[in-house]
Design a binder for this molecule. Structure first.
Ligand code: FES
Length: 159
């Protein structure tokens, strides 16, 4: 049985405060989705429905937003998130090799989490450090000029 997602009263007050900041309250959808992810760990379909009700939107509209942004997780994420840029500069500099190496090392596909819950692997758009391509983000750190050997060192250093 799953528990229905529901904000605490003080979080609902924050939702109303955020909505009041915008001429159209729907402008607060992204920060409220971030609040939901912080609170519930990820954005499930039930959470999408709950947030949709708070904004008088359709669940399909919220789902489109959640699936558009890689910062929202639809399933529980790992303790670490590795996000490899696969945009043009990184693609030309070998991002596919880096992604393939990570898939092999972790034994998962992009969008999946290792069975032990240690790492979630993502492919993302430009990380705005193209001069260091190929690039990836490991939690809140940016790592560039990647090679398979450097990726191995970074993986080995993860707690
Ligand atoms: S294309 Fe990868 S960081 Fe810009």
């Amino acid at each position: 049985m799953t528990t229905r997602p529901e904000f605490f009263p003080e979080q609902l007050a924050e939702v109303r405060r955020l909505q009041a900041l915008y001429p159209n309250p729907r402008g607060a959808l992204l920060p409220v989705l971030h609040l939901a992810q912080e609170t519930f760990g990820h954005i499930s379909l039930e959470t999408e429905e709950y947030v949709a009700r708070l904004f008088d939107l359709s669940p399909a509209h919220v789902h489109e937003v959640v699936t558009f942004y890689t910062l929202f997780f639809q399933r529980p994420k790992g303790r670490h998130v590795i996000a490899v840029c696969h945009n043009l500069s990184c693609h030309l500099a070998g991002a596919q090799e880096i992604l393939g190496h990570l898939r092999d090392r972790l034994g998962i596909e992009v969008g999946e989490t290792t069975e032990d819950g240690r790492v979630t692997l993502q492919a993302v758009e430009c990380l705005c450090a193209c001069e260091l391509a190929p690039m990836m983000q490991v939690d809140d750190r940016y790592e560039g000029n990647l090679t398979p050997a450097k990726v191995d060192r970074l993986l080995g250093a993860l707690p």
